[in-house]
Design a protein around this ligand. Structure first.
Ligand code: 6R9
Length: 635
């Protein structure tokens, strides 16, 4: 038997050593014993980080939906696969069994095929957190189409860019979405986007809110009647282990968003194995991850990881504050949730509200608490541990990225002793390295540096869609033969890792990655703006918030300037989405620049964070005089 389910610390160390000593036979055993393949691989791993090229399970054939659905039908046909909890607590929850989910996926897969979608085609999914979203992912996977989910909070421009970047032929959207007491339109956003997307042949529309929408003849259709008419059987299309399963965009420190490409076989093995261990999932548990499927956490740990293990995965449409701040705990009590996985920003927001919201609910079902998306600060960790976990449910602080596909550094609950703010130990098969500025690996403990990974793992992204060169440059050029994460980390005296945050120009706001470059581009498109620089500053709920330093072409009167602030945020909302709005905007006459004309963000970050006692070395600045002015007027 392979070590699929780790149960104590000694076993962790033993299995970890095995996974590092002989990664190929380790992953081969896991892959062989716990998944169904149409054809086995002839080699487990081919890799060369200098190219970069990574291939797991060479020539193996499979369909991931046979692993997530078909194989459970005999043993778990009537078990709930997806437990849908709607935005409005008065609307009834839906328990979708494995058998029903299989049927729904087959129906939708048939509809996609009827619309000409074939293996390898890209389908953009722009849906709120309703069951059709999960069904749409799986329906694509069923027929070998590549899904590209765009979070339904992105603007029409951001949506259009993503659709065009990977040439989607189809968009699956809904009329609108519910978020707390608000109803948002989505189809209208799609319509605007599609003016720029000439390659999209069809739009399938889910009815959710009943908004009035415009349907373009010959292009747009309501999905439900098509599903009703479709067959409940659809043969799964066989794909290669290295065929792409999905594309998911993530912000980079420069340039446009990167379409990270995840392939099928390795991704499946990695997300399933991490899910099983990091949440210690047992057969009758109810597991809930509050992320949106628009982000990687939802892909890996609402859909693929849980379903590959035959788990019951809660899908929540709403927000933590509606109808009141007790909503999360209401859902935990109602569905007797055993594993609960959320983001520090949500914890901090809830910790500001009365404890009554937590205490009036019975949370005794909880066994494991998870955290993801950004570093969890000590205060939030303790609040979570004491009030939600009642000091008995371990917190798994899980560090990973869109690029890594699945969790990389995390405690295993009831196995690894936890410590606030520490993601603790590398997961099985993961070989982290901390690097100093001279590209040397920092050996031993009590060191701090840049976090790299030395050896491939099955869930890693294989390329950036349409730009393999950028993939190499972004992840494999900073340190020879290592994957560079963009994060800093320290390793303490016992070998535990703490992630210290991004070391590049990506800012994590409420757990969402935002690159400064696209935000600055959006600001600079305003006709009154000459130049801008965006940095993050600490925010007690969002973790970080955005501070923009903006140079105007003409200084103008203060009333005009106040209006300009609104217009700049409006511009950002239109080009990216409301998540990228600036909390503070300061108009400046210049930006601190190095002699090579690079903006010295380090200084701006200090000013934005009100930490100006030591600005560090400013001797290489071209225009040191602007610093005083910026500090004098800082917000
Ligand atoms: C899964 C996800 C990735 C970036 C990552 C890091 C930050 C995620 C974290 C964490 C500290 C954790 N991050 N989890 N930082 N502790 N437990 O969030 O993917 O959206 O691509 O973000 O998020 O900075 O590099 P993604």
């Amino acid at each position: 038997m392979s070590n699929y389910h780790i149960k104590h610390l000694e076993e962790y160390f033993q299995v970890y050593r095995k996974s590092v000593r002989d990664p190929e036979s380790f992953w081969e055993e896991i892959a062989e014993e716990h998944f169904v393949w149409r054809k086995k691989w002839d080699k487990v791993l081919d890799w060369d980080f200098s190219k970069p090229e990574i291939k797991w399970f060479r020539n193996a054939k499979l369909n991931i939906t046979e692993n997530c659905l078909d194989r459970h039908l005999h043993t778990r046909g009537d078990k709930t696969a997806i437990l849908f909890e709607p935005n409005d607590p008065k609307e009834e929850a839906q328990h979708i069994t494995y058998r029903q989910l299989h049927e729904k996926v087959c129906r939708m897969a048939n509809v996609l095929q009827d619309h000409g979608i074939k293996k390898g085609d890209r389908v953009c999914i722009y849906l709120p957190m309703i069951p059709e979203l999960a069904v749409a992912l799986l329906a694509c996977a069923r027929i070998g189409a590549i899904h590209s989910v765009v979070f339904a909070g992105f603007s029409s421009q951001a949506l259009a860019n993503r659709i065009n970047d990977c040439d989607c032929k189809m968009v699956i959207a809904s009329d609108g979405s519910y978020r707390g007491n608000k109803t948002l339109e989505l189809k209208g956003i799609v319509d605007v986007a599609l003016k720029e997307c000439l390659g999209v042949e069809s739009v399938l529309v889910v009815k959710r809110t009943g908004e009035k929408v415009e349907m373009q003849d010959g292009r747009d259709q309501w999905l439900q009647p098509l599903l009703d008419a479709a067959s409940t059987e659809c043969k799964a299309v066989e794909v290669d282990a290295e065929d792409p399963l999905f594309i998911l965009y993530t912000s980079g420190s420069t340039g446009k968003p990167k379409g990270m490409v995840h392939t099928t076989g390795g991704y499946m093995v990695f997300v399933a194995y991490t899910f099983k261990n990091i949440f210690q999932y047992r057969e009758n548990d109810v597991y809930w991850c509050t992320a949106d499927i628009g982000w990687v956490t939802g892909h890996s740990y609402i859909v693929y990881g849980p379903l590959a293990n035959g788990a019951t995965s809660v899908m929540f449409e709403g927000v933590p504050s509606y109808p009141d701040y007790g909503r999360f705990w209401d859902v935990v009590e109602k569905h007797k949730v055993n594993q609960f996985y959320t983001a520090p920003t949500a914890i901090r927001a809830l910790a500001k509200e009365s404890l009554d919201y937590v205490e009036k609910h019975d949370l005794s079902s909880l066994k494991v608490l998870g955290s993801v998306g950004e570093p969890i600060n000590e205060e939030a960790w303790h609040w979570y541990n004491t009030n939600v976990g009642k000091n008995k449910s371990p917190i798994v602080d899980t560090w990973w990225q869109t690029e890594t596909g699945g969790i990389m550094i995390s405690p295993i609950p009831y196995v690894t002793p936890t410590a606030p703010t520490y993601a603790t130990l590398p997961f099985i098969g993961i070989q982290p390295a901390l690097m100093d500025e001279n590209e040397n690996e920092l050996k031993g403990n009590q060191v701090e540096g840049r976090l790299c990974i030395k050896f491939p793992w099955p869930g890693m992204a294989r390329t950036i869609w349409g730009n393999h060169k950028r993939y190499g440059e972004t992840y494999f050029s900073a340190y020879k033969n290592k994957y560079f994460t963009g994060d800093g980390a320290l390793r303490d005296a016992v070998g535990y890792y703490r992630i210290t945050g991004r070391v590049d120009d990506v800012i994590i706001v409420s757990g969402h990655n935002l690159g400064t470059a696209p935000i600055e581009d959006a600001i600079n498109e305003h006709p009154a703006v000459a130049e801008s620089a965006v940095v993050g500053f600490p925010h007690d709920v969002k973790g970080n918030a955005l501070y923009g330093f903006v140079i105007l072409k003409e200084v103008g009167e203060s009333r005009v300037r106040e209006n300009l602030k609104k217009e700049i945020n409006q511009q950002i909302t239109e080009l990216i989405g409301p998540i990228a709005k600036l909390d503070k905007i300061q108009f400046v006459s210049g930006l601190p620049k190095t002699r090579s004309a690079k903006i010295m963000r380090r200084i701006l970050r200090k000013i934005a964070g009100k930490d100006t006692s030591n600005l560090g070395d400013t001797s290489t600045l071209l225009n040191p005089e602007v610093i005083q002015e910026i500090m004098d007027n800082a917000l």
